[in-house]
Design a protein around this ligand. Structure first.
Ligand code: PHE
Length: 339
């Protein structure tokens, strides 16, 4: 028996493998629960007393040799794997990739652009730092016109002619100056007004303004376009136009959409009326067309303008406009599923 064990020790010492799997087979063969070693250990009680000591020593040597062999083989193969540049277990699930979220302003803006682009409007942009002509004068708001007070303006201190645009109507002026009718364009962008910052208003916010100019454009075209918009945007097609005043449009109107009074939220949003004011609009004043080099005898058009922030607050039930510009990740992460 002892000789057999010594033979096994020699065998173990000589042992080599062709693959990683063979190491595990070898381990099970010798060191496993039902392996050779345990079988020989079980023989211990049958060994003659005088041989017990030597048997014990040899079997322990076999055990140690086998254990060392397994370890040595494993190390050897691990090194080989590393040299090969192995990627480890390729079936392991990958690291999850963090998905960002669009800002609620972008979500609403993209939706508006998408809706108007489907009926042929393109997107135009212009500078946020404007001159007096494009923001006011060309829009039928000459110097000292009282309606300039409707939009509290940030002026650049050293030059009263330069200001932060108070609306993106300035982009429409630029567009009319550089393009011939027919014109169908929407102008999204950030605008600035010198107002106290509160939960309801900020000194900057975002607008989308639209402009349509062609021969024979009528107020009916305006209303139809707005109705298409509210249906696509909110799923609501009932609108009403209340007479209003803007220096650059005549006639002018505020647009309300009938939101309904089905839920408590509807009550809160519409102050119990069911109606929600969403934008201003009107037929472009002939003076504005002339200021921009368009013949007002041949062409007519309509314009409208709405606040993106206000719509984002409404749609997502956000109670404080300041959240939109604070970049708080806990707030922004909530829009992951919103497109
Ligand atoms: N420019 C207006 C504003 O900022 C909105 C508007 C645009 C109204 C076009 C009528 C027509 O309040």
């Amino acid at each position: 028996m002892i000789d057999k064990l010594k033979e096994l020790i020699a065998e173990v010492e000589e042992f080599t493998v062709q693959s990683k799997e063979e190491i595990e087979d070898f381990r099970i063969q010798y060191l496993g629960k039902k392996g050779l070693l345990n079988q020989y250990f079980a023989e211990f009680k049958n060994i003659a007393k005088e041989e017990k000591k030597e048997f014990g020593q040899v079997i322990n040597r076999l055990k140690n040799t086998a254990e060392e062999k397994v370890k040595a083989l494993r190390d050897e193969w691990e090194k080989k794997d590393l040299e090969k540049g192995s990627y480890g277990d390729l079936t392991r699930p990958g690291e999850p990739i963090e998905i960002g979220a669009r800002h609620p302003i972008s979500i609403v803006k993209n939706k508006i652009i998408d809706i108007f682009s489907r009926i042929g409007f393109n997107v135009s942009e212009g500078p946020e730092i404007e001159d007096d002509w494009h923001n006011f004068t060309a829009l039928n708001l000459p110097e000292h016109h009282p309606a300039r007070d409707m939009q509290d303006t940030f002026f650049i201190q050293t030059n009263p002619d330069i200001l932060l645009r108070t609306h993106t109507s300035s982009v429409q002026v630029r567009y009319m100056e550089n393009n011939k009718p027919p014109i169908r364009t929407i102008s999204p962008g950030r605008v600035y007004r010198n107002e106290a910052i509160s939960a309801r208003s900020h000194c900057f916010f975002h607008q989308v303004e639209g402009l349509y100019i062609d021969k024979d454009v009528s107020f009916a075209d305006l209303k139809q376009t707005l109705q298409y918009f509210t249906t696509e945007m909110f799923g609501k097609s009932e609108i009403r136009l209340r007479p209003s005043y803007f220096p650059f449009t005549e006639p002018s109107a505020e647009v309300d959409v009938y939101w309904g009074l089905e839920t408590e939220t509807d009550y809160r949003m519409t102050k119990g009326t069911g109606w929600l004011e969403i934008m201003g609009c009107g037929m472009v004043d002939p003076n504005v067309l002339e200021n921009c080099g368009i013949d007002s005898k041949t062409y007519s058009g309509f314009a409208f303008g709405m606040g993106i922030d206000r719509i984002a607050l409404l749609l997502h039930q956000i109670s404080d406009i300041r959240l939109l510009s604070e970049n708080d990740i806990r707030f922004l992460e909530q829009f992951k599923s919103a497109l």
